[in-house]
Write a protein of this length. Sequence first.
Length: 308
Amino acid sequence: MGQNRVLRLLDGLERQPRADTVIDLVGRGVRALPLGGGRDLLHGRWLGHPVHPLMVQVPIGSWLSAAVLDLRPGRSREAGLLIGVGLAAAAPAALAGAVDWAELHRPQQRVGLVHALANTAAVGLYAASLVCRAKGRTGAGRGFAYLGLTAAATGGMLGGHLAYRQAAGANHAEEVPHVVSEGWHRIGAVADFPVGQAVRRSVDDVPVLVVREPGGAVHALADRCSHLAGPLSEGTVEDGCVRCPWHGSVFRLSDGWNVRGPATAPQPAFDTRIVDGHVEVRLPEEASGESRPSAAEAVPYGVDGQGG
C-alpha cells in the first residue's frame, strides 16, 4: 500500500498544472542560453545517451561517502572535503539536467521541476554544512549534511521516476529493429512519394518516414523520433535531413544519424529499393543484433501505428 500511495502522489504531480507558468518561464530561459554547440555536448549526443545521469554520480557519491565519514569521530575535515567536491560537481550536472528538462513533455517537466527543487535544497543544505564546519560547529555541520543527503535522495527518487516510469531520456525508437519482420516490404508506388516531401507509411504497424530525393534515391527512417517519439513525417525536410517538429532534433535521411539534439540516439534506417515501379524497404540485417521475427511473429508496435 505504501508503494501505491507514492505512485499515486507522483501520478498526481504529473497532472498538477499549478507550476506551469513557472515551467514556461524557466524553460524559455534555459532554451535561450547561448550555449551553441555546448548544448548537444550537455545533452550527451556524443555519448549516445543523456550525460546528466552520469554527471550526477559525482555529487551523490561524494555526499554519500561524506555521510559515512561523519559516522566516525575526527573525520569531519575529510567529510567536508568530499562535500566540497560534490558541490563543485553539482553545478555542471544541474546545467546538463536543465538543458534536457527544457525539451521534455509537460508531465515530465512537472516532475523534473520538483526533482530540481529537491536537489537545490540539497545543495543549500550542504553549503550550510560547510559553513558550520568552517566555524568549528561540527555537530551542526553533520546535521545539515544528513538533511542534505535526505534531500538528494528525494531528488534521486524523482529522477528515477522520470527516467524509468516517464521514459525521459530513453531511446523511443530502440524497439523498431525487434518488431519489424525480416525481408522486403512493399509500401507503395514511386508516384505516391512526391519528391522532397515527407510521407508516412507503415511496416508491421511501425510508422515509417519515406522521402524521395530529386535524383530518385528513396530514404526511409523510423517515423517516431528517438527523443520523445515525435512524428518526423510532420517535420521539415532540408539539406538531406529531417527536423523533428516537436523539439528540433535533426536526423540524416541517408542513415538516420542524429546530427543535432536533443536526440542522443539515431533513427533506425531502412534499406530501400524500387521493384516494378514500387518502393520496398527492409531493415539492414545487422540492425537486429541476432534475429528479427518472421512476418507471422512480428509484434505490433503500439496502437494504430503509434509508438508506445
